[in-house]
Design a protein around this ligand. Structure first.
Ligand code: SAM
Length: 233
């Protein structure tokens, strides 16, 4: 959510929803702590469709800063400036993604953003789509570089909208192939560490014409963000 900082700082009502937080509210608690560094008066609401999970999170409630309620894609009537839905749509059929996206983005505050994606259990591989009221705007790939075998590994954790489209002839397949090729070509940089190798790889990706939207400060963290039209199925 790094590129959502300006939005959160400027929000009239700094309300954020973590949709589908899961069996324990630990990631929602962490999200609130991280966002409070950007906007100290941020309020985070964890929404869950499973009432047992809402009840289980009650002990972590810290109103008005952190609350847990029952809710789904309609966001329970809230109008947040930011929504995170991580590892939620992966459980759904791909055909359900567009409607879920529309329902969530339709509930956002004016100018708000939805971050929807997938990660592995340890959070070492992740990818997410960022959407506004007009639809998907960009795709971000993120990896813990010290444990990344090669960029193509990120294919395992693509967002639901893309994971079934990673076949030759598609944008997302071409992206992963280009990043993987750049990683191979940057093998000599491995001597300086995986971070230097990734930095060189993303720079090469951009030099070859891919619409890379973010800057080296994010690449250093193992991220790269691409304009959505380049990968749209
Ligand atoms: C795999 S867990 C993800 C937990 C957490 N977000 C994470 O990434 O670790 C998915 C959660 O989404 C919830 N869920 C599924 N569909 C939902 C919906 N439409 N609205 C809210 N929560 C939903 C499930 O109950 C489940 O707890």
């Amino acid at each position: 959510m790094a590129n959502c900082g300006d939005l959160l700082r400027a929000a009239a009502d700094p309300l954020v929803v973590d949709l589908g937080y899961g069996a324990t509210p630990v990631t929602t608690i962490e999200l609130r702590a991280r966002l409070a560094a950007v906007r100290p008066d941020v309020r985070v609401i964890g929404l869950e469709i499973d009432p047992a999970r809402v009840a289980a999170a009650a002990a972590a409630t810290d109103p008005p800063w952190l609350e847990f309620r029952r809710g789904g894609f309609e966001l329970a009537g809230h109008r947040p400036v930011l929504v995170r839905a991580l590892n939620v749509l992966r459980q759904y059929d791909e055909s359900e993604v567009p409607a879920a996206w529309r329902t969530m983005t339709g509930a956002l505050a004016s100018g708000g953003l939805l971050v929807e994606g997938t990660c592995d259990e340890l959070g070492r591989l992740a990818s997410w789509v960022t959407l506004d009221a007009t639809g998907p705007r960009w795709l971000t790939l993120a990896a813990r570089l010290g444990t990344l075998p090669r960029p193509a590994t990120l294919a395992e954790r693509l967002p639901k909208a893309l994971i079934h489209h990673n076949v030759p002839g598609t944008g997302v397949h071409a992206l992963l192939a280009a990043l993987d090729g750049a990683w191979q070509a940057a093998a000599a940089y491995a001597a300086f560490g995986a971070r230097q190798r990734w930095l060189r790889s993303v720079a090469a990706l951009r030099e070859s014409g891919w619409p890379v939207l973010d800057r080296p400060a994010r690449w250093r963290l193992g991220e790269v963000t691409i304009a959505w039209p380049a990968v749209a199925p």
